[in-house]
Structure formats: C-alpha cells, structure tokens
Design a protein around this ligand. Sequence first.
Ligand code: UDP
Length: 325
Amino acid sequence: MKAILVAGGAGYIGAQTCKQLAAAGFLPVTIDNLSTGYRQAVKWGPLVEADIRDRNAIASTVAQYDIRAAMHFAACSLVGESVQNPVKYYDNNIGAAVSFASGLIESGVKSLIFSSTAAVYGIPKTDLITEDHPTIPINPYGATKLAFEQALHWIARSSDLTFTVLRYFNASGADLDGEIGESHDPETHLIPLLSKAAIGSGAPLSIFGSDYPTPDGTPIRDYIHVVDLAAAHIAALQRMLSGGSSSIFNVGTGVGASVAEVIRTAESILAKEMPRRIGPRREGDPAVLVADPSRILHSLDWAPRFSDLHTIILTAMWWQKNRFY
Ligand code: UDP
C-alpha cells in the first residue's frame, strides 16, 4: 500500500482527505502537532504527533512507512486573525512550511500537494478568476500562502521535488457520514457560525457589511464542499504519481453565492427566519471571489458533486447538531 504523509491530517480538510486516501487504497500517515486539529479526526491511518519543523520526525516517518508523497494542510487559515497577528502567519505559513519542504527533500520525498487559497488573488479584476490572474493579496493570510507557492517554485527548480498547488475557494460543508466537520475555536467562518446559530448553540449571525458592490450588497464567495475539495487532492495525487509536472489549480465551482443567499438557503432548510444583524465590514475581505475552474476540470479526473449550497449547509448543520469533537 502506498503511504502518503499528511501534514495537518487532524484538521477539517486534512482529515477528510485522509478518509478519501484510505478509500482509494493509500495509507494516510498524519503528522500534526494538534494545535488546532483533533486526535479523534485521525481514524484512517497512524498519527505522528509532531511539529512539521521536526526534521527527525519527518525522516523517521518517511523511512518507517516508505512515504511516496506528501500533502501540506498544516497552516493558519483565518483572514481576520492574519491581519491582527501577521507574525504568526509569516512564522507558520512560510517558516514552518519551508522547513517541512526541506525535510521532505532531505528524506527523499518527491511529490508535494500544497493547500493554497483564493486569497492570493486579492481584489479580482475579472468576474471569474483563472490561475493566471495577477496575485496581489490584501491580507497576510493570502500573502504568506503566495510566498510559500513562490518558494515551492524555486525549491522545485533546485531539487527533484514536483508540486501541485491547490488554490481553495471557500471550503465548507461536512462529511456525508457525519464523521468529520468544521470545528474551530474561535469559529469565524460563515457556514459553521450560521449552522451553530441555526441549532441554537451560537450567537445570532452578524453580516459583515451590506454595502459591497454586489447585487444585494453582501460579499460573494465560491463555496466548495469539503468532500469535493478532498477529492481534488486524490485526483492531483494520482496525476503526480503518474508523472504529472508541477502545476497550480483553482478548486472552486465557478458559481458564487452572496452572504444573503447563504442565509436564505439556511432559512429554506429550517423553514424559519434566522435572526441576524448587519455589522461593519471585516478588514481584509474582498467583495467577490469566484473561481474559473476550467483548468482543473480539464486536467484532473475531478468535478464538484456536492457543492450546491443546499448540500453544503445541510451537512454543516447536521455536523453541528451531532458533532463529537
Ligand atoms: N461573514 C459574515 N459573517 C460572519 C462570518 C463571515 O458576514 O460571521 C462573511 C465574510 O465577510 C465573507 C463570507 O462571509 O464575505 C465568507 O467568510 P468566511 O470567513 O466563511 O470565509 P473567507 O471568505 O474569509 O475565507
């Protein structure tokens, strides 16, 4: 069985990817310091409880399991926090990530899939964003993800490492079997906050700005179900293991939804109105972020299957009601 090293396999997207790796016949070996991840989410392979800067842990894990490729999910991922505490983002999303890549190369791992973000694009100049769109991030989260993408480019040129960068749009929803879901503390993402509010375990929702230049004034995002997002990693891995070259792919649907539309969908599922208030804009939030997913649709054996708003919100609410971590 081919073993894959999953940095951040105890997190929301990493754990979902481990589940799908196991279903596809791989052994997912998680390396995670459990700073934000959950031990209970590591169910499909071993957990190495270590920091991704720990070269000895990487070397011994790669040797023990005969690791063929790695995925890097172990990063800080909150736009608002990155504006408040940029040092944390520069240290972890660049410093630790470069150390991890170098540890992989030293240990002989030749393929790396990196979780990047639509935040690298900043304020889009087009309705749909292709991978060739200029990258001018407007917050430290996007800036640090872009910096590591660029580091990978140069590191790969000087070594035999091949990489795939996946630029996620808005990861959302929960596992279809209820085994994994979004569980951040503090929670800042729209759909888990909405789901908590819906089941009565969270504060009423605050809409961060209704004066954006969009049809209803609220920001538009491209929500991608976490099951589809994880599936994109499996497709990228298969391509790399069969000799595919280093590439960058958007992972989105090409369809945007506004905050108001997200709330309306939740209300139609619940058949009741949700309390909400209009608050100020959140610093670092662009008005519209929607992928042009043409490249991934043409290059990988992948298409979104569960990313309609109804499925995303229903699975997220179900998880919030029954969550066990
Ligand atoms: N948002 C909101 N209220 C919240 C959390 C988020 O109105 O309590 C909005 C936010 O301004 C953005 C969208 O919902 O337009 C998605 O935000 P989220 O934090 O989920 O993801 P991001 O786009 O920042 O990665």
